[in-house]
Design a protein around this ligand. Structure first.
Ligand SMILES: NC(=O)c1ccc[n+]([C@@H]2O[C@H](COP(=O)([O-])OP(=O)(O)OC[C@H]3O[C@@H](n4cnc5c(N)ncnc54)[C@H](OP(=O)(O)O)[C@@H]3O)[C@@H](O)[C@H]2O)c1
Length: 166
């Protein structure tokens, strides 16, 4: 995608939950429900603009409260136009799904990734996050959870900054 975002006044960030092989979802649903992660997502995004693909919006079923929900569709709002038209002064979040992550990972400043070390549900995943190139991204924060209150597998909240952009 050709979008010039070099002089922007806001931080553009991706938020995503990935399995051990960068799995994102299956049959237009998330793979796991981790209550700690939902709280983490809410704390990050509350009060901010969130940008999502039409399929992710359909999967959510309704706008997320307390946030400026922007849904992109090839028969609606164009992703490049939305990004070019943003006038925020804070942080703007790309919340998925796979198609939208793929088109924005080279544009964003930060990644908030929940890495989940859990078996995949039966049938596996049908959408994946792009590779996180260690030459481009530096881990700046990490919180490891050996398990959740109800989720029995390890997961970690990891923040990555684009190298050369502190
Ligand atoms: N694990 C996570 O953190 C996470 C987060 C979000 C979603 N997900 C999962 O990801 C899956 C959905 O991802 P997905 O890749 O199938 O779909 P998606 O990225 O949510 O949405 C794709 C749609 O976005 C629109 N679109 C794509 N590029 C566009 C552009 N340049 N301009 C305007 N519109 C554009 C198109 O809508 P039209 O077809 O209407 O033209 C396209 O069909 C689900 O399984 C969901 O649960 C996981």
């Amino acid at each position: 995608m050709k979008t010039e975002l070099t002089k922007k006044s806001f931080t553009l960030s991706i938020v995503a939950v990935l399995g051990p092989g960068r799995e994102l979802g299956a049959s237009n649903k998330l793979l796991w429900h981790i209550s700690e992660d939902l709280k983490h997502f809410k704390a990050l995004t509350m009060g901010h603009t969130i940008i999502m693909g039409r399929k992710t919006y359909e999967s959510l079923g309704k706008p997320l409260p307390g946030r400026n929900n922007v849904v992109v569709s090839r028969s609606g709002r164009d992703l490049a136009d939305v990004l070019a038209g943003l006038t925020d002064s804070g942080e703007v979040f790309i919340i998925g799904g796979a198609e939208i992550y793929r088109q924005t990972i080279d544009l964003v400043d930060k990644l908030y990734i929940t890495h989940v070390q859990a078996p995949l549900p039966e049938g596996g995943a049908d959408v994946f996050f792009p590779p996180i190139d260690p030459g481009e991204w530096k881990e700046t924060e990490r919180t490891d959870h050996p398990r959740g209150v109800t989720f029995p597998f390890p997961f970690s909240f990891v923040t990555y900054q684009r190298i050369g952009k502190q």
